[in-house]
Design a binder for this molecule. Structure first.
Ligand code: MAN
Length: 346
């Protein structure tokens, strides 16, 4: 059930990070509880106001300031077919530069920016095109932020950790390109940390969900394939994990996104064995959520529901999600009902 208050946050609700930029998209929040409140760490994607005949976008310079690149749209070597990415003379760029911003709420519905907390921005040449789609795992009082680190060198998974959301420890890339959609489990299993992740292979394989484990949350190994895309299905082109897997009596419930060749993004679920999460017990045949409302169908990229965070209260799973790559929304599910929709693979 979608929140009646959707969209909860829209680009016009906040100020750009600096003069000369505007907010194009607000999307894909990580979600966590801290000091009795529900918090979102939202991806804020910015670019300069566009002028006729040109496309312009920001990138981060090594010392942290922003450079604007402007290209004439008439150039035959420019490919603008995807609103999110640019290919120009064989090189890839993003149309927007993303940073992460904190919001908090007492009721999980009305969110505002708390004073005194920092914005999280890209740092160094592996994050020159920004940081995106942060998942948050809370393990023993510490928060693990896994996010997409983007640069001309590729798309990888960065890790930062914090205890108070004021001071952050930067651990660099924990998974090198091409990899994204990394969600750490909020409990260790048999002494190991576990994480879903989504490497992509250009020629063989595809955009599949994998599982890895680590003795210390920094060094990851034991990589195994959990789930692939499915031909002719709603998740035929790419899949990737959502927020931290939810522990249920039946197993670890993992909400994931799946897209088809038309870039229509829906949500589905996987169920993993509690003791041996490499074992996939069940999967959705049909999506648990599809883009249907106006704010999911029309935006920066239409037909998108995409999640990387949620809160759980008993049987109630509140999924926060990016709609049409432009708005932050929420919807409530019954965990029991989601589990009942899965098809056993055993
Ligand atoms: C894809 C999309 C974009 C994102 C880039 C880099 O193209 O998910 O929104 O900016 O990857 O992660």
């Amino acid at each position: 059930m979608r929140f009646a208050e959707n969209p909860l946050l829209s680009p016009s609700d906040l100020n750009p990070s600096q003069e000369g930029l505007e907010i194009a998209c607000l999307l894909n929040p990580g979600v966590f509880r801290y000091q009795g409140k529900i918090w979102l760490i939202v991806r804020v994607a910015e670019r300069p106001p566009q002028r006729e005949g040109f496309i312009s976008f920001p990138i981060l310079k090594p010392e942290g300031s922003i450079a604007i690149i402007e290209l004439p749209t008439g150039d035959p070597t420019l490919d603008l077919s995807d609103p999110r990415v640019i290919n120009y003379q064989g090189a890839d760029y993003l149309t927007t530069l993303s940073h992460l911003r904190l919001f908090c709420s007492d009721d999980g519905v009305h969110f505002s920016e708390p004073k005194g907390y920092p914005k999280l921005v890209g740092d160094g040449d592996l994050e020159a095109y920004g940081i995106e789609d942060c998942r948050v795992a809370q393990i023993k009082g510490r928060y693990y932020l896994t996010y997409t680190a983007v640069s001309s060198n590729g798309v990888g998974v960065g890790l930062r950790t914090t205890g108070d959301w004021l001071h952050f420890e930067k651990h660099g890339l924990i998974l090198p390109p091409h990899n994204k959609d990394c969600a750490i489990f909020e409990e260790q299993i048999n002494g190991y940390y576990y994480a879903l992740h989504r490497p992509s292979s250009v020629e063989l394989g595809g955009n599949y969900i994998w599982l890895a484990r680590s003795p210390d949350s920094l060094h990851w190994g034991g990589h195994k394939l959990l789930a692939t895309t499915r031909k002719g299905s709603w998740d035929s082109a790419r899949i990737g994990g959502g927020g931290a897997p939810v522990k249920t009596e039946a197993g670890w419930l993992c909400i994931y996104h799946g897209a088809d060749s038309q870039n229509r993004y829906c949500l589905g679920a996987l169920l993993l064995d509690l003791q041996d999460p490499y074992k996939v017990l069940a999967r959705s045949m049909e999506p648990i959520m599809t883009p249907t409302t106006a704010y999911e169908l029309n935006g920066f990229l239409g037909q998108v529901v995409f999640t990387n965070g949620h809160v759980v209260e008993g049987d109630k799973l509140t999924i926060y999600y990016g709609a049409a790559d432009m708005f932050v929304c929420a919807a409530q599910f019954s965990i029991r009902e989601v589990l009942a929709q899965l098809t056993s693979l055993q």
